[in-house]
Design a protein around this ligand. Structure first.
Ligand code: OAD
Length: 245
């Protein structure tokens, strides 16, 4: 199966779903969680993105999110985000399912986005006082850790941490999106579930599944086609094939 054949599949597809991960934002200058540059100080994401890490040291966890927020605030959507934004209007049924919390897909104008892991621009009350989540786009955040405007207690990032449940409505939307003609997995190490299972679900329902990643991943043997390259380059090349007709 070649790149050209994949482009043909895409051209004749009615329903297209793309699952993205941190690699799609790498060309915007936002560090990925795993692989080269994936560490912040000496910590791994699994050591910081948990409720127990926050309970132990909320300031440390907030420093990490504040650092990520600053990186995202400086960043612009890259070619991968822009191609996918165009696809969200090109196909009869397009769905973007993302693990990214940076909001760059939305900034690029992508429609039909399911954000599985929440947003770093949203905050929630850690004490769950009943205040609804709120938007806060200040960089840097002051004070750190920030406070809940309703009860004055600690605020936490509005993201889904390891060990926490994804919103049921997002899981339903993602599951529906697995019923498609072409399913593309781009820029994710595909080790964090349930997102990592979606490609298999799509394939079991008859979708053509392709992966875009410069490195081999846990998904590589399960997909119909593994396109080894950066998302901003491979998606751009696919877009060129599509528009050439
Ligand atoms: P990872 O950091 O685990 O994986 C990023 C992937 O992107 C790797 O497989 C890289 O090879 C690949 N990559 C790097 N540059 C790329 C490029 N230019 N184009 C395409 N791919 C590139 O990120 P995720 O898979 O998104 O969750 O991580 C999944 C979840 O684990 C995240 O949502 C986050 C994290 O810890 C939580 O915080 C709960």
């Amino acid at each position: 199966m070649s790149f050209a054949a994949a482009a043909d599949r895409l051209r004749s597809a009615r329903r297209v779903t793309v699952l993205t991960g941190a690699g799609v934002s790498a060309a915007s200058g936002i560090p990925t969680f795993r692989g080269a540059g994936g560490l912040w100080r000496q910590f791994r994401a699994e050591d910081l993105a948990t409720a127990s890490a926050f309970a132990r040291d909320p300031r440390l966890v907030w420093e990490w999110y504040d650092w990520r927020r600053a990186a995202v605030a400086r960043a612009e959507p890259n070619r991968a985000h822009h191609v996918l934004a165009g696809w969200s209007r090109r196909f009869e049924a397009f769905h973007l399912v993302t693990q990214n919390v940076d909001g760059l897909h939305e900034r690029a104008g992508t429609e039909h986005v399911t954000r599985l892991h929440g947003s770093i621009w949203t905050l929630r009350c850690w004490q769950e006082c009943g205040a609804p989540p709120w938007a806060d786009e200040r960089v840097p955040l002051e004070p750190l850790p920030p406070r809940c405007p309703a009860c004055g207690g600690l605020a936490r990032p509005g993201v889904v941490w390891f060990g926490e449940a994804l919103a049921a409505s997002d899981l339903v939307a993602a599951d529906r999106a697995c019923s498609c003609d072409v399913f593309i997995v781009a820029g994710t190490s595909a080790v964090v579930y349930p997102a990592a299972g979606f490609a298999e679900t799509a394939r079991s329902r008859g979708a053509f599944v392709a992966e875009i990643n410069p490195e081999r991943t846990a998904m590589s043997d399960l997909v119909d086609l593994s396109l080894r390259g950066n998302a901003e380059i491979v998606l751009d090349a696919l877009e060129l094939r599509l528009t050439e007709g």
